[in-house]
Design a binder for this molecule. Sequence first.
Ligand code: UDP
Ligand code: MG
Length: 134
Amino acid sequence: MERTYIMLKPDAVKRHLMGEVISRIERKGFNIINMKMITLNEAVLKEHYAHLVEKPFFPEIVEYMVSGPVLAMIVEGNDVVKGMRFLMGATNWLEANPGTIRGDYANSTTENLIHGSDSVENAEIEIKRFFGNI
Ligand code: UDP
Ligand code: MG
């Protein structure tokens, strides 16, 4: 069964939207097979967002992502990597369709509630980064 790495970002936790987002994942029929609250640091974010380290907005992403705890999850299901990206909605909040998590709750491209792996290969790398070898 395919797995993906999902992370509810600090704004989702602070806005008390964890239950809402978890409920959408469950109602879709995906299985949450592990979860934990953690607080990130700059070192892990430089790895996790390596493709963005050179961008001018990277310091803003770090400030946001270390601003409070996140909920790290492993989610399992049929085509779950693409399926979760579909549930999440587009990165740019102005392009995220209503009915998606970002489309319904985000009003910023940085503070967009949720991370989901973008490929099966990256999902396994990210699961290992945040959960170790499980
Ligand atoms: N991000 C941002 N501005 C941008 C692009 C990305 O603040 O122009 C932030 C946003 O929080 C996004 C994260 O960096 O979720 C990772 O960017 P990526 O392009 O990987 O988007 P995602 O995979 O999260 O949709
Ligand atoms: Mg990404």
